[in-house]
Design a protein around this ligand. Structure first.
Ligand code: SF4
Length: 312
């Protein structure tokens, strides 16, 4: 079984060639309620380990076939940072990759391990998940292996964010009735203010989950996004945009809404009715709304807001 998959086109990360560090079966130190893979008991270590050479041979072949990729993504059927030869693998990929960037998608649980922490510092991009701020909610949503504590994870993410020279992304996945309470969001908000990152993607259950849980609608996610500090680079990632009920916004309301939280074209399409979209277009043509880019995602924000932030 090849350890390489793709390339797949990701709106957030560009054209990605994936490396699966647990290609034969799921090996994860979490057993998240919302996992897209089948439920499996959380395990602290990988039992089946793919040799580094196998992965490098597969990658070399794949890179010969696909020259136009933006990023090599380390991922897994489970948690990629459980792979015990991460340092060696990343060093070898860095020799092979040329101008292509490297990325890992991690649940953050192993970041308190200095070996993993230092290995991840050698990547170009890192995406870390953080679904909860309190021990109670963390255990409920992510169902970690014994000994994994959210306080240690949070401390490691904050420390990593201040040392990492590449692009750091955070992801929070919301599950209805589990981590979407005001108190949990306030606790998350306090932590996020201490983390230096490019973008915070908030999403919900979009695919059939491992356990019987529900996601949030786009409007619920949008409402929830308003509780975070406006200075945080929150980005709503949801396939439930299509279910939203568009509303009417005056020109002033459009500017106030964008001032509070910059929106993507997809958000605007979901939130604004036809009339409001026309008003939005006029404001854009008048130069009252500007586009800003945050790591491959275009946001709209009031032009005045950009000047205000720059002059601070
Ligand atoms: S961390 Fe990822 S792979 Fe592991 S259980 Fe959670 S969603 Fe599934």
């Amino acid at each position: 079984m090849s350890t390489i998959f793709g390339p797949v086109h990701s709106r957030r990360f560009g054209v990605s060639l994936g490396i699966d560090l647990s290609a034969s079966h799921k090996q994860c130190n979490f057993d998240c309620l919302y996992c897209e893979l089948a439920p499996a008991p959380a395990m602290p270590h990988q039992h089946t380990v793919t040799p580094v050479d196998t992965i490098l041979n597969d990658l070399t072949e794949a890179l010969k076939q696909h020259s136009n990729i933006d990023v090599i993504t380390l991922t897994a059927n489970g948690e990629p940072t459980m792979y015990p030869h991460l340092h060696e693998l990343i060093d070898q990929i860095n020799i092979l990759k040329g101008s292509v960037e490297t990325l890992i998608l991690s649940n953050s649980a192993c970041l308190s391990d200095e070996n993993v922490f230092n290995a991840l510092l050698k990547l170009d991009q890192v995406k870390l998940s953080l679904d909860a701020a309190t021990a109670e909610v963390f255990k409920k949503i992510d169902r970690p292996a014994e000994g994994i504590e959210i306080a240690t994870i949070i401390e490691s993410i904050i420390r990593f964010s201040h040392l990492f020279k590449g692009k750091l992304f955070l992801e929070i996945l919301f599950v209805k009735g589990i981590n979407d309470t005001l108190s949990e969001i306030e606790a998350l908000n306090r932590i996020l203010l201490d983390i230096r990152c490019e973008r915070i993607d908030i999403g919900t259950v979009d695919r059939p989950p491992a356990y019987a849980v529900q996601g949030l609608g786009f409007e619920e996610l949008y409402t929830l996004s308003q509780y975070f500090d406006p200075s945080l680079p929150i980005h709503i990632v949801s396939r439930t945009h299509a279910q939203a009920m568009p509303s009417t916004y005056s020109a002033e309301e459009i500017l106030t809404t964008l001032d509070k939280r910059p929106l993507t074209a997809e958000d605007i399409d979901a939130l604004f009715d036809t009339e409001s979209k026309e008003r939005f277009q006029i404001l854009l043509n008048q130069g009252k709304i500007a586009q800003i880019e945050r790591s491959n995602v275009i946001f709209f924000t009031p032009t005045e807001n950009i000047h205000r932030k720059r002059s601070k």
